[in-house]
Design a protein around this ligand. Sequence first.
Ligand SMILES: C[S@@+](CC[C@H](N)C(=O)[O-])C[C@H]1O[C@@H](n2cnc3c(N)ncnc32)[C@H](O)[C@@H]1O
Length: 360
Amino acid sequence: MDYVKIGRFIASMRRERGMTQRDFADLMGISDKTVSKWECGNGMPEVSLMPLLCDALGINLNELFSGERLDDASYKKKAEENMIRLLKEDTLLKSNIVGGDVLGQARNVPLTTSTVHTVNNAFWSTIGSEALGVTALPSWGGYMTEEKLHLLGDMTGKRALEIGCGNGRSLKYVHDRGASEVWGIDLSPEQIQRTRVFLSSQGVQAHLLCAPMEEDCGIPTDYFDVVYSVFGIGWTTDLDATFQRIHTYLKPGGRLLFNWSHPIHKCTQLTEGRLVFCNRYFDEGWYAAQIGGGEIMLSNRMMSTYINALAASGFRIERLIEEGDHEALCSDQSDFAQKARIAPVGFVLQARKEGGARRA
Ligand SMILES: C[S@@+](CC[C@H](N)C(=O)[O-])C[C@H]1O[C@@H](n2cnc3c(N)ncnc32)[C@H](O)[C@@H]1O
């Protein structure tokens, strides 16, 4: 969807009705910041608000998704285009992180850490989770859930650190599982602020640090029982340095748990029921891709890259999960589920810092 065009359309319809952003926000029962966000093209109204929004602006849903007034002649054609677009975007939302179908339009970029951080920070500070869907525990993505996998195990009295803690939903989950301390680090000041507000509204105390995971930011060493990351690790510009740092944060015997999109998912596309390679599996170059009206910068790492980097940092690899939950996969008829029935779309890896007692 073209968020910028839709945003401009909302603004012009609002002005046509003589409303300020504040008048419109009051009418909708939301904040004027939210209205401004839509009008700047940084997100879409939630589905539940759409009927009220259309009523208030005197437009219909088809016009909202098209970002323009439609006459009778163009109405049907636009409705069909919008339906196809929404179906495609629904598939993307379920994939959490981009797959090969989106990467077809990505452009290669050189790896410049400061540029990658600036671009990704801008994305996560604005549309982030709205564009990429659920990226928090109990989901490990790719039809894998903590409820089925029990990877965290008993967290009672454990100290936990999340890398790329986003808006804090996983920190709350880990806290509710009995962790004695929860820590989070994230690149984006807005995400850290959202987490702070969310966790304090839930009565959860957390140590939150705003910094890139690649850098030293004063996290204690030999301190944590579990370091985990849910769709966080893959954003690093330096995988070796990140694993080396995480290794120092863990107590001997402590565990690292993280997930990411599977490298096979990133370079394949579902075409007429078959998986077709649309990129080279071995290509680990950096690229910029457009998602939901924003831009992200990433690289596709091979599975061997993760495993070799963990081993080189002193981790013992204990478990690699690549297959989604059979029941969940079979009850979903989407293209994404069809893809996930053929090959992995996500993975979860568990590794341990050598030196402690071997326990779950
Ligand atoms: C998919 S979200 C994680 C969501 C999180 N699992 C949750 O429960 O809400 C990825 C997060 O990684 C952060 N991130 C991206 N690059 C980073 C970096 N280099 N260092 C630290 N955090 C980073 C983003 O700001 C974003 O909040």
